[in-house]
Ligand binder design. Structure first.
Ligand code: SAM
Length: 218
């Protein structure tokens, strides 16, 4: 079935679907907007949750997904889940598309990591701020390519009122911080104004106690 609209986020949804880990049983799409990606995930994953802090987006996502029985939408802020609507350590796959770029990056990545089950996968598709000459050139190329890629999809626009904000960190900063925070993550810049960050949470994270013991032995 063809997509109801096209934008850079929708363009990279097939890439995300290709990265679903084998045996994935529970997935969470954080900042799910109208739930378009959640509906695609639901065709491959037994249980899928979409979370968004916008009541309007959750209402829209629910209305568009009534026919699906393995999907739930919750109005929740992943940075401040005051009502405990998201289950920490329970998802095999946590996805955030165009969501973390306006938050404190460290807090955002740590918040997403906490939601993952050990061995689970985090996929972030995000954007950065242009700062270097390379950034501006890549941005120009993206604009041209985007016009060409967009053409077959006509002028179909995304849902009215989908909240969007500008990035606060540059592309380079994003790559550096991601690598510092998530050991072993893969970060790469994509052609159309997005980067891809993939991280597999280790099965065994060193406990604070063993880290302290390790420190005192040195
Ligand atoms: C630019 S839209 C992207 C929506 C969707 N991921 C997509 O690819 O089309 C960003 C979405 O993230 C949501 N969002 C932003 N910060 C959030 C937070 N802290 N917790 C939950 N949702 C958030 C916004 O309400 C908005 O629906």
């Amino acid at each position: 079935m063809s997509d109801p609209y096209w934008n850079h986020n929708v363009h990279y949804q097939p890439l995300i679907l290709d990265l679903i880990p084998d045996g994935c049983k529970r997935a969470l799409d954080v900042g799910c907007g109208d739930g378009l990606l959640v509906r695609k995930l639901a065709a491959r994953i037994p249980v899928v949750t979409g979370a968004d802090r916008s009541a309007e987006m959750i209402g829209l996502a629910q209305a568009e997904s009534r026919h699906l029985h393995n999907v739930t939408f919750v109005e929740a802020d992943y940075l401040d889940d005051a009502h405990g609507l998201l289950s920490e350590g329970r998802y095999d796959l946590v996805i955030a598309v165009s969501v973390v770029h306006h938050a404190d990056f460290g807090r955002a990545l740590e918040g997403l990591a906490r939601l993952l089950t050990p061995g689970g996968r985090m996929i972030v598709v995000g954007l950065g701020k242009n700062r270097s000459a390379v950034d501006w050139i890549a941005g120009g190329v993206a604009q041209v390519v985007s016009r060409i890629v967009r053409r077959p999809h006509g002028g179909k626009r995304g849902p009215h009122g989908m909240p969007a904000m500008d990035p606060i960190m540059s592309w380079g900063q994003t790559a550096r911080e991601a690598r510092a925070i998530l050991t072993g993550c893969r970060w790469r810049r994509l052609l159309l104004r997005r980067y891809l960050l993939v991280w597999d949470k280790p099965w065994h994270l060193p406990s604070e106690r063993s880290l302290r013991q390790e420190g005192s032995r040195r």
